[in-house]
Design a binder for this molecule. Structure first.
Ligand code: RBF
Length: 154
């Protein structure tokens, strides 16, 4: 028998995608949210199938993502935040809590939860990486499609 091959697809038709974006460092986070929404639309995700939620900071992303992922009409969640190293050790705590929590939200829910949190030393580095946000939509749609194909494999 020939191998059954799962082809990654970038087709958002019929998918439900949730985007949760922190307000902290909103100058950058707002742009990342905008880029993500534009890219989702370009991939064929219908506006009425997109849920957008704002949180205070990146620390609040994991729990919010988990609740969204538990919804039957959500196929993938994109988490957006910007954590910039300050003078305190808060950076390490918030960056680690966001990364660990977002990974766990995906594992626990069984749905793709995309890590779109910039962790940088300064604002300039973060600004440079804003355009990466278009990759988050691609990854969400690709993962949702791949998991669906694995589920439907006969
Ligand atoms: N949230 C972010 O998304 N990015 C940050 O760079 C960030 N820095 C913070 C620095 C300090 C000292 C504190 C107290 C909070 C910071 N937060 C940041 C907010 C954090 O994610 C969360 O919203 C608050 O701590 C409330 O739980």
């Amino acid at each position: 028998m020939a191998p059954r091959i799962i082809d990654p697809k970038l087709d958002g038709t019929g998918l439900g995608i949730a985007v949760v974006a922190a307000r902290f460092n909103s100058y950058m986070a707002d742009q990342m949210l905008e880029i993500t929404l534009e890219r989702l639309s370009a991939l064929g995700v219908a506006d009425e199938n997109v849920i957008v939620v704002r949180t205070a900071g990146s620390f609040e992303l994991p729990l919010t993502a988990r609740r969204l992922a538990e919804r039957g009409d959500v196929d993938a969640v994109i988490c957006i935040g910007v954590v910039i190293r300050g003078d305190t050790d808060h950076y390490e705590h918030i960056a680690r809590a966001a990364a660990d929590g977002i990974a766990r939200a995906g594992d626990d829910s069984g749905k793709p939860v995309i890590f779109g949190v910039l962790t940088t030393d300064n604002t300039d580095q973060a600004v440079t990486r804003i355009p990466q946000a278009s990759d988050y939509a691609d990854t969400a749609v690709e993962m949702a499609g791949t998991l669906r194909q694995i589920h439907d494999l006969r």
